[in-house]
Design a protein around this ligand. Sequence first.
Ligand SMILES: NCc1[nH]cc(CCC(=O)O)c1CC(=O)O
Ligand SMILES: [Mg+2]
Length: 327
Amino acid sequence: MLRRNRRLRSSAAIRSLVRETIISPDDFLVPIFVVEGKGVKEEIASMPGYYRYSLDLLASEAKEIWSLGLKSVLLFVKVPEHLKDNSGKEALNPNGLMQRAIKTVKDAVPEMLVMTDVALDPYSKYGHDGIVSEGKIINDDSSAILAEMSLTHAIAGADFVAPSDMMDGRIFEIRTLLEDEGFHDTGIMSYSAKYASAFYGPFRDALDSAPVDLKDIPKDKQSYQMDFANRDEAIRETLMDIEEGADIVMVKPGLCYLDIVRDIRNVVDVPVAVYQVSGEYAMLKAAAEKGWLNHDAVMMEQITAIKRAGAHIIASYFAKDVVKLIS
Ligand SMILES: NCc1[nH]cc(CCC(=O)O)c1CC(=O)O
Ligand SMILES: [Mg+2]
């Protein structure tokens, strides 16, 4: 007898009854960009509708995010030029912008889950995620600094640190130092399979954190972020991070890496996060502004695809747009 699959598509009611992937506010991690100053809410030119906030406005933004039913934020800072060097000194400042941002969000919304980006690029005069010496990013020295940086975040009250640097062994370094210092409850969301992607452009504009064009300074991050041609390598990277103590693992970017998301989801027993990055956000905003794509329809299709591929958690600049649409 003919199987009539269309019976399960014949009405909105049956389609919603059999729908396999449902989007909820609890799926999202909301990235927030923080800057020094007062009363600052500045739009990022390449990310229409996304802003950098000074601490006084960060508090109200956190409250607004919470009021929308979003419970988790991922903090990033734009560090003043004069504080950037090749040592990560400012990253370790207990009264640094990130450390103050953590306290600001926690004071404003104590129940908010606060995660923090851990990498040196915003603090680096060279725009790299680690210490640069003789044309190389020095892995072990950078990992040690990143562990100290994570500790300052934990002391400031971060619930999770999110190392986005891709140094080998940094998860072990971070976990060991947090345990030694008694921060048994501070989690690690590791950017485990992070690719050397061209989709980070708008983010680097937002934080002024791109690699500089100087002699003996690598022009890109390909010696530490992964080659986008590689698939099996992502499993090795991810299993290593779990072994070293990661509580959550991440694939990044999102849309062009859904095969990786599914591969990882099939082999791990920890939550899988996916970062729908700034370039993915900018693409849709630009096409929608041109009237070439239906913003909300494509946004929901992209977010659903990322979750369908296996993401438990989606870091997305669309988070507020989505929850306003689905509530
Ligand atoms: N290491 C810092 C970091 N953390 C998240 C992103 C990109 C996020 C985005 O593009 O939305 C980057 C930029 C980079 O690695 O160069
Ligand atoms: Mg790794």
